[in-house]
Design a protein around this ligand. Structure first.
Ligand code: EPU
Length: 339
């Protein structure tokens, strides 16, 4: 049995992609379900709240975190062929997302190409239903396994039970803070497939044959042009969700004289790029002390060495400016901690 090591007053700065300086009262990294059970007992004995952590790429740690920060670092992959040229692949929560995309491509298991280079780990992917370039996790998702924090019991949830939405799932709603995701099962195709309807991707592919390898390479290239590498310039990807507006909201937006890009949704609303709204308020490339807005993507806030409080002050300034100019409330996408 692997004995669990628990640290006290542990720095989290190197574990969050925004590199925000903060400490955990207690911290442990778990590599199997047995260690998870040990960690749950430790926290229950001391009556500590538990904060799960994966790759740390969707966290804004604005202050120290009380209780036990539990870093889910389980590894492993298993697969089984299923009907219709498909394969079900189960990944442990601590596997790195992009490494798994590449691994699947090498195995000839297709479907994840559009989601290349998304930072973070497998276990966090269902929480916000990660999505990019026309594909969302829920399109490929079969089920997940999770451990209930209060009881230590293992549960399995299928696609419907996860209640996926745009950057949303039951783990951001009714099940918030209640479960530790340990494994994720996805259904992939053993036949090449190509999803190139997203305009920026279609333009970049042009008239070349859209093989899975080409799609993955192209998505990586687009992302590298626009999105800063957290290892070079700390960030948490998109800082705000793209807001949905109704037909009347759209007319209000346009009464400003601005013609915004918009993506019609199945329910009759329109998704407006938050990046465009922020850009119209002239924030792109702006800096406030040691935090700022990325020069190539207005939706990405970057940290040059500042704190979570400074980053949140900039986020509020942006939200206020967008609300004043367009009457639209921007919602922060990554999860806030230590506030
Ligand atoms: N735009 C601007 N200014 C900018 C950047 C973009 O005006 O600085 C406008 C352009 O009109 C562009 C439109 O915004 O056509 C959309 O931009 P982009 O294709 O870069 O996508 P996004 O809506 O800004 C979303 C996701 C990203 C995902 C991309 C590609 C959200 C919150 N963000 O960004 O996800 O990679 O689409 O599919 O939905 C993430 O969640 O961390 C993330 C990076």
């Amino acid at each position: 049995m692997n004995i669990l090591e628990i640290k006290e007053n542990a720095s989290l700065q190197h574990l969050n992609s925004l590199a925000l300086p903060a400490y955990a009262e207690y911290f442990c990294s778990v590599t199997d379900t047995n260690q998870i059970q040990q960690a749950l007992v430790f926290a229950a004995d001391k009556d500590l709240p538990i904060t799960p952590m994966g790759g740390g790429s969707n966290m804004v740690i604005a202050g120290d975190i009380q209780g036990l920060v539990l870093h889910l670092d389980l590894k492993g992959i298993s697969s089984k062929p299923v009907a219709d040229n498909q394969v079900e692949v189960t990944f442990a929560a601590g596997e790195n997302w992009h490494e798994m995309v590449q691994y699947c491509l090498q195995q000839g298991w297709y479907g994840l190409e559009n989601l290349s280079l998304i930072p973070g780990n497998m276990g966090a992917a269902p929480i916000q239903n990660i999505g990019a370039y026309g594909v969302e996790l829920c399109d490929l998702f079969v089920s997940l396994q999770a451990i209930e924090i209060s009881t230590g019991e293992l549960i399995e949830l299928d696609n419907r039970q996860c209640e996926f939405g745009y950057r949303d799932s039951i783990f951001k709603q009714a099940y918030k803070d209640r479960f530790l995701i340990t494994h994720v099962c996805l259904r992939l195709s053993t036949q090449p497939i190509a999803q190139i309807q997203y305009p920026a991707l279609a333009d970049a592919i042009g008239d070349r044959t859209p093989t899975p390898e080409l799609i993955s390479e192209t998505v990586c290239r687009i992302r590298q042009q626009k999105l800063p590498d957290p290892a070079q310039l700390p960030n948490a990807g998109s800082f705000f969700k793209n807001p949905l507006v109704t037909e009347s909201g759209l007319s209000r937006l346009e009464s400003n004289g601005s013609q915004s890009p918009r993506y019609p949704q199945a329910d009759g609303t329109y998704k407006i790029p938050a990046a465009w709204l922020i850009d119209q308020c002239c924030f792109r490339g702006q800096r406030r002390g040691e935090v700022g807005v990325h020069e190539h993507q207005a939706l990405v806030l970057v940290n040059y060495g500042g704190t979570g409080a400074q980053l949140l002050a900039l986020a509020t300034e942006i939200q206020d400016a967008v609300a004043a100019k367009f009457g639209i409330a921007l919602e922060i996408e990554p999860r806030l901690y230590g506030v």
